[in-house]
Structures are given as C-alpha cells and as structure tokens.
Design a protein around this ligand. Structure first.
Ligand SMILES: [Zn+2]
Length: 76
C-alpha cells in the first residue's frame, strides 16, 4: 500500500514537473516582439542636389540618393 502511494506520488511529481517545464517553455518561447513603430516622418534626409533637409517619407529616392523634389531628382 505504501509502495503504491510512493509510485503514485512519483508519477504525480513527474507529471507535475513535466507540465511545469512545458508551461515554462511555452511562456518563455513566444516572446512577444513589441512592434516598434518606426517614425519615418522624423528621419531627416539631405537632398543630394540642393542640401535641403526633408523628411524621409517626403523624399524622392533615386539611385539610392535622396532628393527633395522631382526637379532635384531630375525627373522633370
Ligand atoms: Zn533638392
């Protein structure tokens, strides 16, 4: 009877530790990647031609260079 209780207790202990480990694993694994919103509007870039600073979102990118306007980029 005591032996049965010991085995039963051991089984519970093993199951408990197993689930505890599993739970810890599942909690630690999916680290929520906090979406850091890039504030593109705050990034200032310099116009390659006239050296005017404009926000990256408004800039015209041509050949990997930033331009403040289509005129500077030579698109017009
Ligand atoms: Zn320019």
């Amino acid at each position: 009877m005591i032996f049965k209780l010991l085995v039963f207790g051991l089984v519970i202990f093993v199951v408990y530790t197993f689930f505890f480990k599993v739970n810890r694993g599942t909690v630690e694994q999916p680290k929520r990647k906090e979406k850091k919103k890039k504030i593109d509007g705050d990034t200032m870039v310099e116009c390659t031609k006239c050296s005017v600073f404009i926000s990256e979102t408004e800039a015209i990118i041509k050949d990997g260079k930033f331009f403040c306007s289509k005129e500077c980029a030579g698109l017009k």
